[in-house]
Unconditional design. Structure first.
Ligand code: PGA
Length: 243
């Protein structure tokens, strides 16, 4: 695991976007693993800016998103499909059929999760996965006490995550209580991972992830065992690291 401290969120976004642009250039049919949340937004803006500047072609890329709320339709403004359309897909030249987000409206959750995992494998696996981290150390919706071997599955959200995500909904009661998520096992199969975190609220999670024991209590700590994981943080998120 390599930790790099960036000047600010803009610099973090530029650095992460540069990895995706370089990959798309070197491997035009690369598979991107994408995430939602506030953290990757500057990365997606930079990826779109590179396309608009004619510096990259995303037409052969395939994407898989980490997770989706159970019960939200693709056009629900808080669904992760909607987030991806708004923040990235509609600004670049990726064909819609190449973009994959779990369906919040799936009628057979188990089949949806199994088919999703199989699709990732059939696409050759994820070349570059972007991740955020929760204040409690979660990655995607893999909450503390996560099963490190799990593949795509359904999870109940913790109170901490519901609290953190309520800012996007009219009220806390509107936050879905469950979600579909790639498992830690799915994420660890990605060939390269870039995890981003900014702000003091993430400092404890970053310290636990980088310097703490590898434990299901901090799901992100498993990334210490990933062979190619880059962590991009700002000063505030890095403030509790001892080295
Ligand atoms: P955030 O969420 O980017 O909105 O902070 C990250 C996460 O919970 O994984």
């Amino acid at each position: 695991m390599v930790v790099r401290i960036c000047k600010d969120t803009q610099a973090m976004g530029k650095a992460a976007a540069a990895l995706f642009v370089a990959l798309a250039t070197e491997k035009p049919n690369a598979v991107f693993g994408l995430a939602t949340g506030s953290t990757p937004v500057p990365t997606y803006s930079e990826m779109a800016a590179a396309y608009q500047a004619g510096a990259v072609d995303y037409s052969g890329i395939t994407t898989f998103n980490l997770d989706e709320y159970v019960g939200l339709a693709p056009d629900h403004p808080q669904s992760y499909r909607y987030f991806m359309e708004t923040n990235l897909f509609k600004h670049i030249n990726i064909p819609t059929e190449n973009t994959h987000v779990l369906s919040g409206l799936a009628t057979d959750p188990e089949a949806e999760c199994a088919a999703y995992e199989a699709m990732i494998d059939a696409a050759g696996g994820i070349d570059l996965q972007i991740l955020g981290i929760g204040n409690n150390g979660h990655i995607a919706f893999n909450e503390p006490a996560a099963d490190f071997a799990a593949v795509t599955h359904t999870v109940q959200l913790t109170e901490s995550t519901i609290e953190a995500n309520k800012r996007f909904f009219d009220s806390v009661d509107d936050v879905p209580r469950s979600a579909y998520t790639m498992g830690i096992g799915s994420i660890m199969k990605a060939k390269k991972i870039v995890l981003l975190a900014n702000g003091a609220a993430k400092a404890d999670a970053i310290k636990a992830m980088v310097e703490g024991p590898v434990t299901p209590e901090c799901p992100a700590s498993i990334l210490q065992f990933h062979p190619d994981c880059v962590v991009l943080v700002d000063e505030a998120a890095a403030s509790k690291l001892s080295k």
